[in-house]
Structures are given as structure tokens and as C-alpha cells.
Design a protein around this ligand. Structure first.
Ligand code: APR
Length: 233
């Protein structure tokens, strides 16, 4: 690892699975009993705001019952101890990475603990239930919605992510199926810019062939072992 300076890590639902947070493409392809397109699209929010808001209220309330696992803890340790560049990009909307202590990180698909004003774009920290019609504290419009990036919406901080990928010496993907773009394309961007690429996942992801190395297993086991290796090299 002597030539590694800059590390970019992408995480997905698999990193939180051992904490008891459901993955998206679980058995039957349902997410907590719903088709993803029924709760995760602008059309769903428009047609069934009560259902969509309640769905994310339930997910937000569940955060209080789950804890970071060994994978989150190890990534927070790497963040604290790695002297070079590091960016953790998560597709997850839970807050387990930051509760474990990660700071150099981006929530590219939004956050359960945030609300977004559909009128003025203000993002506000949010812990309580969020019924449709809640007024925005900035513009007063009754337009607060869950701060979740739905299918067809632009992920957050793409410029910063692209810049980090261009500088990366090592790109590591953890617990993601590689089914959703643009995140699924990060491995190819990093590789194009000369990074080594490593995948840590329960099963081979859809983009598995793009990785120099794939290690199959649970994040709670694979991630601490990988972090130990990186920090002791
Ligand atoms: N350890 C490691 N990997 C695991 C574990 C585990 N304990 N449990 C499951 N996995 C793997 C699965 O094998 C799967 O490849 O995690 C992956 C989870 O895939 P998805 O459920 O598709 O989640 P993710 O890739 O994060 O989804 C991406 O899709 O619905 C959208 O916006 C949503 O951010 C989400 C995006």
C-alpha cells in the first residue's frame, strides 16, 4: 500500500444490513414491503404524499433502534487514522456512518435526518415525523419533503465526488449491488484515472468484473480486516 495516498470508499445498504437496516433489493425485490418505485420516485411523492412521507417517517423512527456495526466503526477508524486523502461516499440515508464517527463523508442519496423544501431548496436537520404540508422554516411554504434523492433526481455533491474519484489511488466499494447509477459507474471512473479497485460484498455485484479484486463475505468481517491491513501497511 506504499503508493496509496487517496482513498475513495463507496458504501451501500449492505454495510448497514448487520445493524438491522433492510437492504433495498432483498427477497422479493421489495423494500420494507414496498416496491421501490412506489416510495422512491417524484411521481409517488406527487400521487401519494401520505404514503411516501409515512414510509420515511418509519425509516427515520427506526434509526433510534439501530446501532453502527463493526464495518461502520472500522471505516470511522480509517477516517481518523488515515493520513492521506479520504472520502467516504454513502448511498445510505441512515446516519450510522456519522454516529460511528466518520467525518470525511458525503450522503449522495440524501439523509433521513434531514428535510428538503420542494419550494426553495433549503435543507434542514429533521428528527421528528414529517407530515405532508409541513411549512419550510426558511420560506414558510408548506413544501417540506423527505430529503431523499428519488429515482430521476440528481444525487448530491457530484462535483466533489467526481473530483475525488479523479485523484483516487484506491477505490473500494462495500455492500452495494451496483444496480443504481451514477454510483454504479464510480468504479470505472476511478479505474480510468488509474486507481486500484476493490469490492467487499456478500455476493458479486452487477459491476464485479470492473474490480481488480473482489472479496465476498459480510461487511462486519471484511471491512475491519481490510482497514487493519491498510493502516498497518
Ligand atoms: N455485508 C456485505 N454486503 C451485504 C450484506 C452484508 N452483511 N448484506 C447484503 N449485502 C449486499 C447484497 O449482496 C447486495 O449486493 O449488499 C448489497 C445491497 O444492495 P441493494 O439492496 O441494491 O442496496 P444498494 O446497492 O445500496 O442500493 C443502491 O438503490 O434503491 C436505491 O437509492 C437506493 O441507495 C439505494 C440504491
Amino acid at each position: 500500500m506504499g503508493d496509496i495516498q487517496n482513498i475513495v470508499i463507496l458504501t451501500g445498504a449492505g454495510v448497514s444490513a448487520e445493524s438491522g437496516v433492510a437492504t433495498f433489493r432483498g427477497p422479493g425485490g421489495l423494500w420494507e414491503g414496498h416496491r421501490v418505485e412506489d416510495v422512491c420516485t417524484p411521481e409517488a411523492l406527487w400521487r401519494q404524499p401520505e404514503l411516501v412521507h409515512r414510509f420515511y417517517d418509519d425509516r427515520r423512527a427506526k434509526l433510534g433502534t439501530v446501532q453502527p456495526n463493526a464495518a461502520h466503526e472500522a471505516l470511522a477508524r480509517l477516517d481518523a487514522e488515515w493520513p492521506g486523502g479520504l472520502l467516504l461516499v454513502t448511498q445510505n440515508v441512515d446516519d450510522l456512518h456519522e454516529r460511528a464517527g466518520s467525518t470525511r463523508m458525503i450522503h449522495m442519496h440524501g439523509e433521513l435526518t434531514s428535510a428538503l423544501c420542494a419550494s426553495c431548496g433549503t435543507r434542514v436537520p429533521w428528527q421528528a415525523p414529517l407530515p405532508p404540508g409541513t411549512p419550510c422554516p426558511a420560506c414558510q411554504m408548506a413544501a417540506l419533503r423527505p430529503d431523499i434523492v428519488f429515482f430521476g433526481e440528481m444525487p448530491y455533491h457530484m462535483d466533489a465526488i467526481e473530483a475525488a474519484l479523479a485523484q483516487a489511488d484506491l477505490f473500494v466499494s462495500i455492500g452495494t449491488s451496483g444496480a443504481v447509477y451514477p454510483a454504479a459507474g464510480f468504479v470505472r471512473t476511478a479505474k480510468h484515472h488509474g486507481a486500484q479497485t476493490l469490492e467487499l460484498n456478500l455476493d458479486p455485484s452487477e459491476g464485479s468484473i470492473w474490480f481488480d479484486e473482489s472479496r465476498m463475505g459480510t461487511a462486519g468481517t471484511l471491512v475491519p480486516a481490510w482497514v487493519e491491513g491498510v493502516l498497518s501497511s
